[in-house]
Design a protein around this ligand. Structure first.
Ligand code: FES
Length: 122
């Protein structure tokens, strides 16, 4: 499924309405467009200018919001490996700190992330 920025914002608004624990401000950093990334072999579109973990929350809002993530480098539940294609290196990074960019290919995720992606919407 392809998400336009306006449909993404509509989704974002419905997420806020559905979750009474969410502050009235946006969960997401400001973005003007969606970028295509590859997540474990599946192409998905996520909001630019956001961390990979926040993008996972965009894709699977209920489960990632309830995950055991600290969002600040303490828990170590979010390491991923990724590359940018074309035989580039596959470094490890924390999903809560890694900013997505067009074409990024996330190849390995933790058990916690895998668990959260059960209901992913693509
Ligand atoms: S969410 Fe805890 S280290 Fe990334």
């Amino acid at each position: 499924m392809v998400h336009s920025p306006s449909s993404a914002r509509t989704f974002e608004a419905s997420l806020h309405n559905a979750c009474s624990m969410t502050a009235p401000t946006s969960l997401f950093r400001p973005y003007d467009k969606m970028v295509k990334i590859t997540l474990l072999g599946r192409e998905v579109e996520v909001p630019e200018n956001n961390t990979f973990l926040r993008c996972l929350q965009f894709l699977a809002p209920g489960s990632v919001s309830c995950g055991r993530f600290c969002w600040n480098e303490d828990c170590q539940y979010c390491p991923v490996t990724y590359d940018l294609g074309g035989g580039t290196d596959a470094p490890a990074a924390l999903a809560c700190k890694l900013l997505v960019e067009e074409g990024i290919r996330v190849k390995e995720v933790t058990t916690e992330i895998t668990h959260c992606l059960r209901g992913i919407r693509t």
